[in-house]
Write a protein that binds this ligand. Structure first.
Ligand SMILES: Nc1nc2c(ncn2[C@@H]2O[C@H](COP(=O)(O)OP(=O)(O)OP(=O)(O)O)[C@@H](O)[C@H]2O)c(=O)[nH]1
Length: 914
């Protein structure tokens, strides 16, 4: 199957979806809430066990982040429209239809469902691919029924009919098909009845429902009746209905999260209709229910959204700051992604940015059994969380506020191991409390879950148990949390176990001193409490939480309980924006993402600096290899000297032997013999000449030829071997680049081919025959010169006899011209010397030419090698240089964004300064 050419493989909003968030409305109050059951019963009921099994976090094949506890959950802003499309509509060449889809997803539509409508698999696949590239990340794309096609096209999920696959099977099939998925696929179900809706939302774990069509009044009523029992979004199918404004607003008012529309119907709505519809919904006040939606709706039609809960009700100044912060942090995210594309922890920052205006997160941490759950229960005034001597908290548990009574509270269990529980405790109006698994549990997963969560905390409440104050693992955890610059408040719980005040004070000062040393600060807040006593006291007292603290703090004499209320007072003052702790709280909230960004940026800087150093080293290594040719050349020059010496000495020896022979043979005593050869003409070779040629020069030439051949081979093997060494060095150091350079390989191989050997050419051009001939010519000229002066009278009889037949005329002429024998003969040594000089000159010239030619061969070989290395090194050099340039740019970007973060930090610190 040809893969979709769609670039974005993940669901929309991936970048801003917090891993723990189950639809953004859970970040405040759910739009629809199920009937509540006690939190503890979640782990008791059989259906919940089934759920636990279904939603057991899958162990990813490889950790994808530092926080491998689970997947991200997609986030959906409601109310929204679901656009149902037919494959034929998508594949038609109707540009108006495509433009309408484009308009729909750019503003009103959050989910697009591609109906299968009996289309062939191929058509459906094609339509899904086109749709995906058309809608991009602007809406979720779900394929009806066909999990295989949803998986193949990297759609966001699948819509199942009530007869379709079980939800969990569909989800797991999609997860299995893409091991690198970080965002959970969406699985929605079409239901036709109230029972089916309840079943699909609870035991099946569907992400949202589409309530089947039919009479809108009836459907509206049924959806309304589901309000209490189904907490996931319900969209009413109105594909076949002509929706009036009254119908649509009625459905939304009854609790529907939106409705499903066809393209044709959507075309009829018009912007005014939609503005009016959604505008009314947001403006209406139905006792809080609709206003709760406003927190989460921001896909184009909530510009004047008014946020309601706790700290999200921000002053203009804070709002402005948050906007600036969001911009800077988004910029930081981009820079981090560029600087360290593999740094998966950037998802932390994404999460932090997306939660920037969510309620304050008070995160309770501590070793297992230290009393975290009891502390939280005491804060909440009810035994909402399980307590026990064995580890009881296995998941990150978010406690959020609900104004529904205790019977209606509810928990949502997420596949990534997190609970979100809604509790009507007043403190939760102002902050979300997060219970975490103990940090020294044997199961590493729990420890990891807590560690992962630390960066997201706005304030850590560190619970230390009085029976084991400050253990090694507590210190390790504290150190870890400080890497994220987290502010922590310490609680010494179970203070009731101390026999007396002295013991307590001793423990307090031990803990304080150590924490002060560890955190390098004097400012350590430590409350000794007995959470158990405080909880018992609260439970015994009146249910009127408003009066409770006051009454207990004055009436209860138990130290632990009383001091617990001091902790509570501190936390409340922390929540009050008009107090100094309250201002601190705002700052902490704003600083949380900045601290994460800081940490990631500094990690990036370390990485980039390291990369820069590596790139520099690479560049230097390339230059070293290139420069090494000089060293190699020097060595070669030295080594080549011996070759030249050998050659020259051979020529020298030859020269000496020739001279010796000349001197021995060109004697006046055997002048007649030489002269007889001279006069016999060129056809007769003198014995001296033939000895020079055959015995001396001939063998010498062969010997020189041999040396030169060996020299050539030596040269060739040396520089090709060196060339290969260079090549291997490059390939070994940068294996990833070597396969790309096959063209380079070819070019460089050509360069390493044998050089033309000038030395051999010189010696080949040197002919011993020609040299002998020229020598003989010289001798002959010498004889004739001498003989011409001597005259015929000076010649011996034998000489005359031998020459008379052929050169009588000349001899006569010579004799007539002769001035005197003595004079003639006396010039003989000088003439012989001339011959010897000529022999010497000839030999020296040859020696010179050979030496130059051998040097030329060497130079050429070195130049070839130099060019070879330069060509070979070019891609490596370019790569290192480009990397270096890019890293310099990134360093600059990092330092710019860091400066902005600094400014932001100053602004946050000056939050109260107008
Ligand atoms: N004496 C005494 N015992 C306490 C106090 N607070 C909690 N405990 C007991 O300590 C045990 C552990 O309490 P939990 O609240 O479950 O501790 P936890 O830290 O939440 O435990 P995990 O969730 O398993 O990590 C329980 O038996 C509690 O009753 C206290 O103030 N005094």
């Amino acid at each position: 199957m040809v893969p979709c050419s769609v670039t974005s493989p993940s669901s929309p909003f991936t970048a801003i979806i917090p891993r723990h968030t189950f639809f953004s409305r859970s970040s405040s109050l759910p739009l629809r809430r199920a009937r509540a059951f006690p939190i503890n019963s979640l782990s008791n009921g059989s259906s919940s066990q089934f759920n636990q099994q279904l939603f057991r976090p899958r162990d990813p094949p490889q950790p994808r982040t530092l926080f491998p506890g689970g997947y991200k959950r997609p986030e959906l802003k409601v109310p929204t429209l679901v656009l149902q499309l037919d494959p034929a509509e998508v594949l038609s060449a109707d540009t108006d239809a495509l433009a309408l889809i484009d308009r729909a997803v750019s503003k009103w539509v959050g989910i697009v469902v591609l109906a299968s409508n009996e289309a062939s698999g191929g058509k459906l696949y094609e339509a899904a691919c086109s749709l995906k590239s058309l809608i991009q990340d602007r809406a979720y794309l779900l394929v009806a029924e066909r999990v295989d096609i949803a998986a193949a096209t990297a759609a966001s999920g699948v819509l199942l009919s009530d007869q379709g696959l079980p939800t969990v099977v569909a989800r797991n099939t999609m997860l299995d098909s893409k091991s690198e998925l970080v965002v959970l696929p969406l699985v929605a179900r079409i239901v036709q009845t109230v029972d089916a809706a309840v079943n699909a939302s609870k035991s099946e774990g569907a992400d949202f429902l589409i309530y089947g069509g039919g009479d809108l009044n009836r459907v509206g009523q049924e959806v309304g009746s589901l309000y209490e029992s189904v907490k996931i979004p319900i969209f009413v199918s109105c594909v076949k209905n002509n929706m009036s404004y009254a119908d649509a607003s009625g459905l939304l008012a009854s609790g529907a999260s939106g409705f499903v529309t066809s393209l044709a119907n959507f075309g009829l709505f018009g912007d005014e209709f939609l503005h009016k519809l959604f505008g009314t919904v947001y403006a209406s006040d139905d006792g809080g229910r609709m206003s709760e939606n406003k927190l989460n709706v921001d896909n184009g039609f909530q510009s004047e959204t008014e946020v309601v809960a706790g700290f999200v009700k921000l002053e203009d100044r804070e709002k402005l700051l948050i906007e600036t912060e969001r911009l800077v942090l988004n910029e930081a995210i981009e820079v981090i992604k560029r600087a360290a594309p593999l740094m998966e922890e950037v998802s932390l920052l994404n999460d932090a940015v997306s939660q920037i205006d969510e309620p304050f997160l008070l995160v309770i941490v501590g070793e297992f059994n230290s009393g975290k759950s009891t502390v939280i229960n005491a804060l909440l005034g009810e035994r909402y969380l399980k307590e026990g001597v064995v580890p009881t908290t296995n998941e990150i548990t978010f406690l959020r506020y609900t104004d529904l009574d205790i019977e209606q509270q509810q928990c949502e269990r997420h596949p990534d191991g997190q609970y979100i529980c809604y509790i009507p405790a007043p403190i939760l109006k102002e902050m979300t409390i997060v219970d975490t698994p103990g940090t020294n549990v044997i199961l590493q997963r729990q420890q990891r879950l807590t560690e992962e969560f630390v960066p997201r905390a706005d304030l850590l409440l560190f619970v230390i148990s009085a029976d084991r104050p400050l253990t090694g693992s507590e210190i390790a955890f504290l150190r870890y949390s400080q890497q994220w610059k987290k502010k922590a408040v310490f609680v010494l719980n179970k203070a009731d176990i101390y026999q007396n005040n002295h013991e307590l004070e001793e423990a307090m000062s031990f803990i304080k001193d150590n924490i002060q040393r560890l955190l390098n600060t004097e400012d350590v807040i430590l409350y000794p409490v007995s959470a158990r006593s405080a909880l018992e006291a609260k439970l015994m007292a009146t249910t009127n939480v408003g009066r409770l603290n006051e009454e207990l703090s004055t009436s209860d004499s138990h130290y632990g309980a009383t001091s617990f209320f001091e902790l509570e007072n501190f936390l409340y003052s922390f929540l009050d924006g008009s107090t100094i702790p309250g201002m601190d709280r705002m700052r902490l909230k704003l600083e949380t993402p900045v601290a994460i960004a800081d940490r990631l940026i500094s990690a990036c800087e370390t990485l980039v600096t390291q990369d820069y150093r590596y790139a520099k080293q690479d560049l230097a290594a390339v230059e070293d290899i290139v420069n090494n040719v000089n060293d190699f050349a020097l060595n070669m020059v030295t080594e080549s000297l011996s070759w030249r010496r050998q050659t020259l000495s051979l020529i020298e020896t030859t020269k000496s032997r020739v001279i010796e022979l000349v001197e021995a043979n060109l004697q006046l005593s055997n002048f007649d013999i030489i002269a007889s050869y001279a006069f016999k003409g060129e056809k007769n070779v003198m014995p001296t000449t033939s000895r020079i040629q055959n015995d001396i020069i001939g063998p010498a030439v062969s010997a020189v030829q041999k040396i030169l051949e060996e020299y050539g081979n030596w040269l060739y093997s040396k520089y090709t071997q060196q060339g290969r060494l260079y090549k291997e060095s490059f390939e070994k150091r940068w294996p990833s680049l070597s396969h790309e350079s096959s063209q380079i390989n070819f070019e460089t191989d050509q360069l390493l081919k044998k050089v033309d050997q000038a030395g051999s050419q010189v010696i080949d051009n040197f002919s011993s025959n020609a040299v002998s001939k020229s020598f003989e010519q010289e001798v002959r000229e010498m004889i004739l010169g001498t003989f011409g002066q001597l005259g015929v009278a000076g010649l011996s009889a034998s000489l005359l006899t031998s020459v008379l037949q052929t050169t009588l005329d000349d001899l006569l002429a010579l004799g007539i011209c002769s001035a005197g024998g003595y004079l003639a003969i006396s010039t003989f040594p000088a003439r012989r010397q001339k011959v010897i000089d000529k022999v010497k000159r000839k030999a020296d010239t040859l020696a010179y030419e050979l030496e130059e030619a051998m040097k030329k061969d060497l130079t050429e070989a070195i130049e070839n090698l130099d060019t070879f290395v330069k060509v070979l090194s070019k891609p490596y050099q370019d790569e290192a240089q480009n990397r270096l340039n890019r890293l310099v740019e990134i360093q600059e970007e990092l330092s710019n964004v860091e400066k902005k973060l600094r400014t932001l930090q100053i602004d946050i610190q000056n939050l109260n300064v107008s």
